[in-house]
Design a protein around this ligand. Sequence first.
Ligand SMILES: [Zn+2]
Length: 121
Amino acid sequence: MNGLSHNHGPQVNDNVVHGKARWIMKPVTLPESGWQGLLSITSYTHRGENTKTYLVEKLFDDKGRLAGYRLTQDNGENYDIDLEFNWQGATCECADHVYRQRSCRHIRGLWAALRAIGEAT
Ligand SMILES: [Zn+2]
């Protein structure tokens, strides 16, 4: 986490991380590892463009209901996105969400990518 100010110009959506997401491998359900896909998320910040690739898996609660998604980077770092009740209430473990209270690249990117394949509304 750095100490940079968030005041960087007269942007309307200063509270939003801009970016795009695309599936490198659309989710499939494999017999041994379950539902998973490979997602590339690019975010545009005042520090430049940043692309990361994540393995996407579903998380289930103890009753077997969908509870969220886990995004794992190739370096093993992962972020759990907790859906709570819906996408509007989704939370993520990353600094952008936890400390800056923003809808982070993980939530926005994953939501857009899941909508594109009809997995989210
Ligand atoms: Zn996040």
